[in-house]
Design a binder for this molecule. Sequence first.
Ligand code: PRP
Ligand code: URA
Length: 206
Amino acid sequence: MINEIFNPILKDRLTLLRRKETPSKIFRQTVEEIATFMTYEVAKNFKLKEIEIETPIKKCKAKVLAEEFVIVPILRAGLGMVSGALKVLPNAAVGFIGLVRDETTHQPIEYYKKLPPNISGKKIIVIDPMLATGGSSSAALQMLKNDGAKDIVFVCIISAPEGIKKISEDHPEIPIYTAAIDERLNENAYIVPGLGDAGDRIFDTL
Ligand code: PRP
Ligand code: URA
């Protein structure tokens, strides 16, 4: 299920990411900021529970987040979103999945996995700026399911229709949150118009 987030601030910042002249320093800061905005938007659907607290005036009932959270960036580019997501969910654990696309086949190659224990009862927020063919994110979601995760959402900044279709087919129960749905993929499986290579622009490795 695809959820495109319509927020004027988000769309404005996204334009900064798309501009080819935006330097890595600003690109990185903006990815972090967008991750914060998007996590707020995703959190609109989070469950609350009631607890009893005591204010300086009296005892009362109050609400707190009901779930425990695990943020899982897909390396490398997802790393750029971690600090932004943690601003909204500072108590979240962080797990890591390392995948890189083979440049010829565009298939994801796994090179790292480090997840917190007992993820089955937690809400897992997978983050990656780009959903292109969907190969990387579909593989990451499957790795999490294989480890017992049952409640997963996927947050990406820009998505292509091809990637949305793949995730919707492979993982129909997992909601996708995106700030933009672009036109298509080009012959190199890059998103058009997109923003180029997110990892290279975040880490200045172009
Ligand atoms: C990028 C991006 C996604 C993936 C999307 O990572 O961050 O993980 O490509 O493409 P897909 O939907 O076709 O799989 P990349 O493989 O370039 O690695 P990097 O983040 O280390 O640069
Ligand atoms: N990965 C990126 O970083 N950008 C794209 O457009 C596609 C995959």
